[in-house]
Design a binder for this molecule. Structure first.
Ligand code: HEC
Length: 150
C-alpha cells in the first residue's frame, strides 16, 4: 500500500516536473507576442487618427506651403515682405489684423472691407482680380500662408 503511494506520488511529481517548465516556456513565448500585437494595433490606430486630424486641419485652415507658392506666383511678394512695410503692409501686420483664415478669405472675395491700410485700398484692389480664378481651397491656402507670419 505504502509503496504504491510513493510510486504514485513519484509519478505525479514526475509528470509535474515535465509538464510545468514546458507550459511555462510556452506561456512566456506566447505572452509577449500577444502584447506586441496589441501595441502594434494601438500604434496603427493612433497613426490613423493623426492622419485624419491632419487632413481635417488642412481642409479647414488651408495649407501654408501651397499658399506660399500661390503668393509668389501671383506677384504678391513684390509689394509684401514678411516683416517690413514696403509698398504694402508687411505680412506680419496683415496676419495680426486677421484672427482666422475665413476672415481673410472673405476679404479676398471682396465680401469684407480692408482693415490694415484702408486709405491705400486703391493700390490693392486691382490685385484682388488676380485671385478670381482660385478655388475656395486655394484662397484658404493663401490666407493660411499670410497668417503664418503672426
Ligand atoms: C502693387 C503692390 C501690391 C501688390 C502686387 C499686392 N498688394 Fe496687397 N496690398 C498693397 C497695399 C498698398 C495694401 C494696403 C491696402 C489695404 O490694406 O487695404 C495691401 C493690402 C493687402 C492686404 C490687407 C488687406 C486689408 O485688410 O487691409 C492683403 C491681405 C493683401 N494685400 C494681400 C495681397 C495678395 C494676396 C497679393 C497677391 C495677389 C497682393 N496683396 C498683391 C499692395 C499690393
Amino acid at each position: 500500500m505504502r509503496l504504491k503511494y510513493i510510486l504514485l506520488s513519484g509519478l505525479i511529481l514526475g509528470l509535474f516536473a515535465c509538464e510545468q517548465p514546458k507550459n511555462k516556456g510556452e506561456n512566456k513565448a506566447e505572452a509577449p507576442k500577444t502584447e506586441e500585437v496589441k501595441q502594434q494595433t494601438k500604434k496603427e490606430t493612433t497613426e490613423t487618427k493623426q492622419e485624419e486630424t491632419k487632413t481635417v486641419a488642412h481642409a479647414g485652415k488651408g495649407n501654408p506651403d501651397k499658399g506660399k507658392a500661390i503668393f509668389n506666383s501671383k506677384g504678391c511678394s513684390s509689394c509684401h515682405q514678411p516683416a517690413a512695410d514696403t509698398v504694402g503692409p508687411s505680412l506680419k501686420k496683415i496676419a495680426q489684423a486677421y484672427g482666422s483664415v475665413d476672415e481673410l478669405v472673405k476679404y479676398f472675395k471682396r465680401e469684407a472691407k480692408p482693415r490694415v491700410w484702408p486709405e491705400k485700398a486703391a493700390i490693392m484692389n486691382p490685385q484682388l482680380m488676380q485671385l478670381k480664378g482660385l478655388s475656395e481651397g486655394e484662397l484658404k491656402d493663401l490666407a493660411s500662408f499670410i497668417l503664418s507670419h503672426k
